[in-house]
Write a protein that binds this ligand. Structure first.
Ligand code: AVJ
Length: 323
């Protein structure tokens, strides 16, 4: 977006997949939480309840169906750590399976999230959904993922850690970012650890398009809100103008990802010094990569991890990745 030569007219096909990200897109990637301000978190919660957004229910049903099998891979005495613990009803399913087979006092759960509010909500709903788990065995760590894992490791130097990273949030990372992040996670958690990763499956047809472009326009509102959050943070006068951006998602079969673009309906001047968005220019706000068993294995390999178990089917997968 910074250079005049990079302007994309509104009618042009999507920017070629391998084109370098614009400065703005690089900036957005560095702050993945820009989509989740108060309004964004509210909209995302609404997305999870949309009939078209199958991702949430598919993972929950898979966890419910396989919790017993997954639990056999979690050594007793393991601390269960969840990254981004916005919603604990999924967590509760797995913890319940663990409680069924071991002493309640042997189970410890740690929620890691950047939002203190999300953590307290997790704590409250876990207490309600899983009263058998004593409150003093639930810990909260308000931090980014990596710092959070380092903190958990510092608090519990010898414990075996089973880290949950659900929701297919790994799909919001590029392949390189995902491999780097998983490798960093492994380094922070150490040898005595494993990761249970949720990964939405690539599927052709309209299912993906509908999931990310629902009839009520909630997905559109979520992505457009992310742009306005950025503009507001920058103190930009155009922040909040509802006609400024148009949502224009693309299902990219070649890269097996959903690309959440917005097009600017007019020029947005001085986003940052020397950086503007042209009228008609499209900005890639978020990607949601979709996976196959092979692409998860490749990602794990790139991060120096092995697959110790996998559950799921054509819709969704859960993968146990180990050092
Ligand atoms: C938070 C990664 C699960 O990519 O499916 C939903 C975010 N963005 N609709 C996803 C999202 C637009 C979501 N995850």
């Amino acid at each position: 977006a910074a250079e005049a030569g990079e302007v994309t007219p509104a009618a042009a096909p999507p920017v070629p997949p391998r084109s370098p990200p614009t400065d703005l897109e690089r900036g957005l990637r560095r702050s993945p939480k820009f989509l989740y301000d108060d309004r964004g978190s509210q909209l995302y919660e609404q997305i999870t309840r949309l009939p078209e957004y199958y991702v949430y229910q598919a993972e929950k049903e898979l966890l419910a169906a396989q919790a017993g099998a997954i639990a056999t891979h979690i050594p007793s005495g393991s601390i269960v750590v969840e990254l981004g613990c916005g919603d604990s009803s999924k967590t509760a399913i797995l913890l319940a399976a663990l409680l069924r087979r071991s002493e309640a006092n042997a189970l410890r759960f740690v929620g890691v999230d950047v939002s203190g509010e999300a953590l307290r909500q997790t704590q409250r709903s876990l207490a309600r959904l899983l009263p058998e788990l004593p409150a003093e065995q639930v810990e909260l760590v308000e931090a980014e993922y990596l710092a959070g894992i380092q903190e958990v490791r510092a608090r519990h130097p010898n414990a075996f850690l089973t880290i949950l990273w659900l929701g297919s949030s790994v799909g919001n990372f590029s392949p390189g970012e995902a491999a780097d992040f998983l490798a960093a996670l492994r380094a922070a958690a150490g040898e005595r650890s494993q990761l249970l990763l949720g990964a939405d499956r690539w599927k052709s047809g309209g299912v993906l398009r509908q999931a990310y472009d629902d009839s009520q326009g909630v997905s559109a509102a979520f992505i457009v809100n992310g742009m306005h959050h950025v503009l507001r943070t920058l103190g930009h006068p155009d922040a909040g103008d509802p006609s400024l951006f148009q949502y224009d998602p693309v299902v990219n079969a070649k890269l097996q990802q959903v690309e959440m673009w917005v097009g600017a309906t007019r020029r947005v001047a001085d986003v940052l010094p020397g950086l503007h968005i042209e009228a008609g220019e499209r900005v890639l706000v978020e990607i949601s990569r979709k996976f196959t068993t092979e692409s998860v294995a490749a990602m794990a390999f790139a991060a120096g991890l092995c697959q110790g178990g996998a559950w799921g089917g054509p819709v969704y997968g859960l993968h146990l990745l180990q050092p």
